[in-house]
Design a protein around this ligand. Structure first.
Ligand code: HEC
Ligand code: HEC
Ligand code: HEC
Ligand code: HEC
Ligand code: HEC
Ligand code: HEC
Ligand code: HEC
Ligand code: HEC
Length: 431
């Protein structure tokens, strides 16, 4: 009896000790898991990315935490929020401000314009306005006829803005109609659309709204929303260039948040779109005028030089010199100039093939109504430009198989189409 009860006490003790041990292990594991989760959360957000709005009692913030929590989350982590720029600074305007809507006892813009940014960012807005990203981008599809005198003057003041030797894309715009073009031309070219208050452009096309993050805007994916596709495949070209490969294989280690103007090779060992075209890097200062470093009008059927192109070349090359030596870049420019001229020659040849048809009235006046219109257009608009862009931005496949080869192919078709039309009209070629 006694030994029995001693045994059962012992048994109970063992059960108790076992249970306590299990509980300790479980709590221990839970604590470890919690610690790991917390450290991962810190890694995911970056140690310095605190939400500046976490304890805000601003009325916009308090209410919008419920209605649009995403906006509070994004803006809270921006450096503008950290610098105490408020919702009101961008959104709240006077009652008579163009586009103002009444909201919770004040007047707001639901899409703050470049004029609002300009209050604090004068230089960026001025540079942007003198670039093709501003009014020239809009005029490219909408034309300039409806611009008011102020905007017209501003458009004409962009040095390279009104260089537009070919209007055939406006024909495409009209042929397709507004139901389509709202999602096509406008989706890209509205980066330069005027707003109701007369200011120009949509900064948020690049600075995805409410984050205003340097990392996001410096990465090449930002540009690929528009610089993509058969007629301006800068994104595809970049991906096959050594610069793009360096970005895709090592870019997650680069220092994307470096203060504007301080970027150098210690932050990124290869160039992105922004490095070459916009960032302060080496001898070049930061600019929102994306034409400021370009020497050719590459997008034209036959490329010619830009105003002050030598100065532009100096600025672009001062970026290259951070990573390449002078001779390498001088040779590269000489070779790329020669390739640009070679494409010009191809396009001149295509013009010569089509000239007798135009002279003899054998092309219809309607744009894009017969196959030859498309072949003639594709030759320069797709393949000629692609070959030039590929040359300048190190994309050999775009110079070759999506470029020069397609030019040769279209040239052969064009010759045959032209000969058939002349023959049908009883005119011998060369007459
Ligand atoms: C009491 C709650 C509340 C307050 C305070 C408030 N909002 Fe809103 N806001 C809303 C709601 C609700 C909507 C509509 C959301 C929807 O339709 O999804 C909205 C919409 C908006 C819109 C979009 C308007 C549109 O028509 O597209 C903007 C911009 C905006 N708020 C800014 C602000 C700003 C700036 C403040 C501070 C001055 C503010 N809000 C204060 C609740 C609030
Ligand atoms: C630096 C300027 C700036 C600040 C500061 C700012 N916004 Fe905005 N907000 C914008 C821009 C630009 C848009 C873009 C409109 C668009 O894309 O059409 C916008 C759009 C909005 C919209 C409409 C978005 C939609 O998708 O319907 C709301 C709501 C809004 N903001 C709320 C806020 C709130 C709340 C704050 C403060 C936490 C805030 N914003 C701070 C610039 C700003
Ligand atoms: C009321 C003044 C004010 C307005 C309005 C304003 N900003 Fe800012 N912005 C600032 C300040 C201040 C900073 C500096 C933050 C810093 O250097 O850390 C800044 C920084 C920035 C940055 C750099 C972010 C970084 O991480 O360095 C971008 C991009 C930017 N603003 C875009 C815009 C855009 C686009 C608009 C209009 C939609 C706008 N801002 C409107 C005051 C403003
Ligand atoms: C995917 C975005 C995108 C779409 C869609 C688009 N474009 Fe463009 N367009 C661009 C880009 C980017 C350039 C600049 C090309 C370059 O310089 O390399 C450009 C250049 C142009 C140019 C030459 C520059 C000038 O101002 O003379 C014209 C004209 C033009 N586009 C008109 C149109 C029309 C009209 C449509 C619709 C039928 C259209 N685009 C659709 C992105 C787009
Ligand atoms: C084509 C894309 C693009 C557009 C459109 C654009 N930005 Fe930027 N922005 C950039 C890039 C890229 C940077 C980073 C430059 C760098 O690497 O330092 C930048 C940086 C900035 C900065 C921080 C610069 C500094 O020196 O502190 C401000 C402020 C700014 N942008 C305001 C604007 C405003 C305002 C607009 C509209 C008028 C605008 N941006 C339109 C691409 C763009
Ligand atoms: C929302 C669309 C859009 C985005 C995003 C965009 N661009 Fe553009 N870009 C255009 C259009 C449209 C044109 C041609 C404008 C015209 O018709 O003249 C253009 C033209 C250019 C040009 C030629 C300028 C000239 O003088 O001929 C350069 C360089 C350029 N963009 C660089 C960039 C870079 C770098 C980025 C990313 C940081 C970028 N773009 C983002 C639409 C865009
Ligand atoms: C290594 C530097 C470098 C990188 C990276 C780079 N570009 Fe370029 N880009 C150039 C040079 C150089 C030219 C031709 C300049 C000239 O005309 O002298 C050019 C030309 C262009 C043009 C043609 C403008 C015209 O005349 O039609 C556009 C648009 C453009 N780049 C956009 C981009 C975009 C978008 C990216 C990223 C996807 C990018 N670039 C990446 C250096 C670069
Ligand atoms: C931040 C550094 C950096 C900048 C700025 C830079 N590059 Fe490069 N570039 C590189 C790297 C890295 C490579 C790959 C080198 C290799 O092949 O080992 C490269 C390769 C090249 C190549 C060789 C392409 C091939 O097919 O082998 C050319 C051409 C070139 N760059 C031109 C330029 C031009 C032109 C500029 C200025 C408009 C420029 N780069 C700016 C880093 C840079």
């Amino acid at each position: 009896m006694a030994s029995n009860s001693q045994e059962s006490v012992l048994k109970r003790y063992r059960v108790l000790i076992f249970a306590v041990a299990v509980i300790i292990v479980v709590i221990g594991l839970a604590l470890i898991a919690l610690a790991i989760a917390q450290s991962q959360a810190v890694v995911a957000q970056g140690p310095d990315k605190v939400n500046a709005l976490a304890n805000s009692n601003d009325e916009c913030v308090v209410c919008h935490k419920n209605t649009t929590p995403g906006i509070i989350e994004q803006y809270g982590h921006s450096s503008m929020a950290a610098a105490e720029v408020s919702c009101q600074d961008c959104h709240v305007v006077k009652q008579d401000y163009p586009g103002a809507i009444e909201h919770e006892g004040v007047y707001v813009l639901n899409s703050p314009t470049a004029a609002i940014c300009e209050r604090c960012h004068k230089a960026e807005v001025a540079q942007f306005n003198s670039s093709r990203h501003a009014l020239p981008a809009y005029v490219a599809y909408a034309g300039s006829a409806d611009l008011d005198p102020n905007l017209l003057a501003q458009y004409e003041a962009v040095p390279e803005g009104s260089f537009a030797p070919d209007k055939s894309r406006n024909d495409i715009y009209h042929l397709e109609g507004p139901a389509i073009t709202k999602f096509a031309c406008e989706g890209c070219h509205d980066v330069g659309k005027p707003a109701a208050d007369g200011s120009v452009g949509q900064c948020q096309k690049c600075h995805l709204r409410h984050e205003f993050s340097l990392e996001q805007v410096r990465k090449p994916e930002t540009c690929n929303h528009c610089h993509i596709g058969p007629d301006h495949p800068q994104w595809e070209i970049y991906q096959e260039s050594p610069h793009g490969i360096a970005y895709m294989t090592g870019g997650d280690e680069w220092n994307w948040d470096a203060e504007p103007g301080t970027l150098d090779v210690t932050d990124m060992p290869a160039a992105t779109c922004a490095t070459c075209h916009m960032s302060g890097f080496g001898g070049a200062s930061t600019t929102h005028d994306v034409g400021d470093r370009l020497t050719w009008y590459l997008f034209a059927p036959i490329s010619s030089r830009r105003p002050a192109w030598q100065d532009n070349a100096t600025r672009m090359q001062s970026v290259c010199f951070e990573c390449h030596n002078d001779n390498f870049i001088a040779q590269f420019y000489a070779d790329a100039d020669a390739a640009t001229e070679a494409v010009n020659d191809f396009v001149r040849q295509s013009d010569e093939i089509v000239a007798p048809l135009k002279e003899n009235g054998l092309m219809t006046d309607e744009p894009f109504d017969e196959p030859i219109d498309f072949t003639y257009f594709n030759l320069w608009h797709h393949w000629g430009r692609t070959a030039k862009f590929g040359t300048w931005m190190q994309g050999p496949d775009y110079v070759q198989w999506h470029g020069a080869y397609e030019i040769l192919h279209d040239m052969a078709e064009l010759r045959e189409m032209a000969a058939e039309k002349l023959e049908a009209a009883g005119i011998s070629a060369g007459e």
